[in-house]
Design a protein around this ligand. Structure first.
Ligand code: AMP
Length: 451
């Protein structure tokens, strides 16, 4: 198995050189910290996904971050970039070869088989949200630790209505993230029979054209495509190299080659999309980079949004490829990093929930103790607090309250401790009033929530 061995030489070299130099650590290449400002978007994505999943009746699943690497070589396919070049693989002390999951469709199907979910009412609808790992070349919108949300419909019949349902679920999720101009590209890559016949046609076309070109010492396709021609010819169609893209214009189209049951299936998927008025564009070059797909494949873009925000398709053979029985299935994965990047570029912001937060300020040691206890009292009343209890100066504390946009500050000084009262300060107007300590929770609820 190829892939990236964890603790590779490159990392060992940096370890050695960091001993001599002053030690300083940064996130590994292609990986990043998600800081609180960024996490507002992540929280929004998770809650949007959870709402959509609840509406369309998907149950949440969490599979381990590590899986046996063979799951991906069998499921995703040896000829794919993910398995061939991008997996982080580690050997355990027991000698197992494990991979950081590069995607979750194969793990979810593994779980479906392992837990006998074929005995549940079919199909089973599952969704996930979490980090995935691919050793790709980092660039805009391409990370080595990437977050995906995914929806899968597994089992039952290979009914085209489920393909449409998955697409609708994905579109509704993207809409809920406030992305408006959604572009859906769709294609069918047929079944085992018609796809194999098409692959041969494609290979014949490429072999003939590239052979006559090489006689003229002319290279028509890139090095990767020369390999793909033998290993995974469908991938010749979605190569981004300009020469390859030019040549494919004259290649035979897959939509002319699929068999009539596949054609009928595809037609019905499109009809279901028409019923719910989801617009789409046919793209006969769309094949997707993973081996497990058959029939419907699709990708979701937004205007001016760079790469795909998500993609998916039908994968009826995956269960058999990883040792299960024939199980029709269809799913989608959406890239949270890309969706968030797009939202930030467009300056679409989600309000952090600051409005309901009360700031606790103190003057003096006795008041500090009382403030510390007050926070717990407010916790029991469901009131969120912020504070800067390490600071002594009231002015410095109120500055923090201002920066945090807290609408109300509660101030405790020596006098208030003695009299068992608290000052409630309106941070906007600066007006203050004294209330008995026992009434403070009630008073804040009235001010913040009008209760
Ligand atoms: P895939 O699993 O390759 O079909 O990818 C599904 C979606 O995940 C893509 O449409 C992207 O939005 C996102 N994605 C894939 N690879 C990366 C990456 N390296 N960095 C960030 N997002 C990614």
């Amino acid at each position: 198995m190829t892939g990236i061995e964890i603790n590779n030489k490159e990392e060992k070299k940096t370890e050695k050189s960091s001993v001599k130099k002053k030690i300083s650590f940064q996130t590994p290449k292609g990986m990043r910290d998600l800081l609180p400002e960024e996490y507002v978007f992540w929280d929004k994505a998770l809650s949007a996904a959870s709402d959509i999943a609840d509406f369309y009746d998907f149950g949440r699943i969490e599979t381990p971050v590590l899986e046996h690497s063979a799951l991906f070589s069998h499921g995703v396919g040896m000829g794919t970039d993910i398995v061939e070049k991008e997996m982080y693989i580690l050997k355990t002390k027991g000698g197992d070869s494990l991979a950081l999951r590069p995607e979750s469709t194969a793990p979810v199907m593994r779980s479906f088989i392992e837990h006998g979910m074929s005995h549940l009412p079919q199909p089973v609808k599952l969704w996930y949200f979490g980090p995935h790992f691919r050793h790709e070349n980092p660039q805009a919108g391409r990370y080595r630790q990437l977050y995906q949300v995914g929806f899968e419909i597994i089992g039952g019949e290979p009914d085209p209505i489920f393909d449409a349902e998955i697409i609708i679920t994905a579109v509704r999720f993207v809409e809920k993230m406030k992305i408006k101009k959604i572009l859906l590209e769709i294609n069918s890559i047929g079944c085992r029979q018609c796809r194999n016949a098409y692959k041969k046609k494609l290979q014949d076309f490429y072999r003939k054209t590239t052979a006559s070109a090489s006689k003229r010492k002319n290279r028509l396709v890139c090095k990767d495509c020369e390999r793909r021609l033998e290993l995974n010819p469908l991938r010749l169609l979605d190569c981004k190299d300009t020469n390859c893209a030019e040549l494919r214009e004259s290649a035979p189209s897959i939509l002319d080659s699929i068999c009539s049951p596949c054609r009928e299936h595809f037609k019905e998927v499109l009809e279901f999309l028409d019923i719910v008025k989801i617009p789409y564009a046919l793209n006969p070059y769309l094949v997707r980079g993973l081996d497990y797909y058959n029939r419907t494949v699709f990708e979701i873009f937004t205007e001016g949004g760079g790469g795909a925000l998500g993609g998916g398709g039908r994968y009826d053979y995956l269960a058999e490829m990883i040792g299960g029985k024939n199980t029709p299935a269809v799913g989608v994965a959406l890239g949270i990093d890309r969706i968030v990047n797009f939202l930030k570029e467009k300056e679409i912001n989600y309000e952090p929930k600051r409005k309901e937060r009360v700031f606790i300020a103190h003057v003096g040691d006795a008041a500090k103790r009382k403030a510390f206890a007050l926070i717990e009292e407010l916790y029991k009343n469901g009131i969120k607090t912020s504070s800067a209890l390490g600071k002594d100066s009231l002015q410095a504390q109120l500055k923090v309250a201002d920066r945090l946009n807290c609408p109300i500050a509660l101030i405790l000084g020596q006098k208030e401790v003695y009299e068992e009262t608290i000052i409630i300060r309106d941070m906007k107007t600066g007006t203050q009033e004294n209330v008995p300590t026992g009434k403070v929770a009630e008073e804040i609820k009235r001010k913040l929530y009008g209760k």
